[in-house]
Design a binder for this molecule. Structure first.
Ligand SMILES: [Zn+2]
Length: 315
């Protein structure tokens, strides 16, 4: 059987493809040192199988998983948290203080996701969401540190995509796990000059100025490479970083011009995706509107329309 480890980045940092939406979409990262391991984001329940295979390839038993670091509680990042907690009995789940209660009582989270995707798609993508026992959760403060073997992992409060968002830095390797705080780049979004990236402004807490501030903070932490959940290590050089800041400005302009009208925002985002595809020399960004990018575009449009309604609607 093929290896479940999609990429070994050295220094005890690994990427496992969760298989979500056909693969190349959601990474689960593993951090390993000595006889301790951490998981960064769980994706959905279905990710457990490839993650367990990867762990067994690394010789890790279930009790050696010490932490499950969650970047935020959107279900493509944390939908499997309850199942993972049951499967890795020694693991502490690390989650933002605004996210912890949603893992213990999942009903509001599920209702919120169903309001975005619809109930049948939510069920297909995520299955049964298991709650996490409250005594398995820790909710750190900005700058708190965790030990994984001899590794020190530091967490940073990074709102903007969501208010419940944390970014983690593995100090010895320099890897910064950015969740959805610094754009996303599916595995297939690659052109002749390398990977390209799109912003994620999905509902319901998108906040552009917080996102900009968090991205600046990540610039200071990461110095060149980031590890977004979508998908695998990404160099922020080669115009990727500039492009994401530019997208943020253009998205806000689009929402304001459209006065929050979702159909107009959607049309403008489609043009912007195409413009970015040509700016970043990424033909597949322009051509794959039949697959995951179409979901990204729709979620971004919904997030922008909602942001406009909440912040600009009645002024
Ligand atoms: Zn998210």
């Amino acid at each position: 059987m093929e290896t479940a480890i999609t990429c070994d980045y050295q220094n005890g940092v690994y990427c496992v493809d969760s298989g979500y939406e056909g693969g190349g979409v959601v990474s689960v990262y593993l951090l390993r040192d000595g006889n301790e391991t951490a998981i960064v984001d769980t994706c959905s329940n279905a990710a457990l199988e490839p993650v367990k295979r990867a762990l067994s390839e690394l010789g890790v038993n279930d009790r050696e998983v010490k932490y499950i670091f969650l970047t935020h509680v959107h279900l493509d990042h944390a939908g499997g948290a309850g199942l993972f907690a049951r499967e890795f009995p020694e693991a502490t789940l690390v989650v933002h203080k605004r996210g912890g209660s949603h893992l213990v009582n999942t009903s509001r989270l599920l209702a919120s996701v169903a309001s975005v995707y619809g109930e049948s798609v939510t069920k297909r993508l995520y299955g049964d969401i298991l709650p996490v026992p409250a005594d398995r959760i820790t909710m750190p403060r900005d700058g708190d540190e965790f030990r994984v073997g001899s590794k020190t992992v530091v967490c940073f409060d990074t709102p903007g995509h969501a208010r419940h968002h944390l970014v983690y830095k593995d100090i010895p390797s320099g890897a910064v796990f950015t969740g959805d705080a610094y754009g996303m780049s599916y595995a297939e979004l690659v052109g002749p000059e390398g990977r390209c990236a799109i912003l994620t402004t999905s509902p319901v807490q998108f906040d552009p100025s917080a996102m900009r501030a968090s991205m600046r903070r990540i610039d200071g932490l990461a110095r060149g490479d980031i590890y977004p959940t979508h998908f695998g290590r990404l160099s922020t050089g080669g115009g990727v970083s500039d492009s994401l800041y530019r997208q943020l400005d253009l998205y806000i302009e689009a929402a304001e011009r459209a006065e929050g009208d979702i159909a107009s925002i959607r049309t403008r985002l489609r043009e912007l995706f195409k413009e970015e595809a040509s700016r970043q020399n990424c033909p597949c960004l322009a051509s794959n509107f039949g697959r995951v990018t179409v979901t990204a575009l729709e979620l971004n449009a919904q997030g922008l329309a909602l942001w406009y309604k909440k912040n600009r609607g009645k002024s």
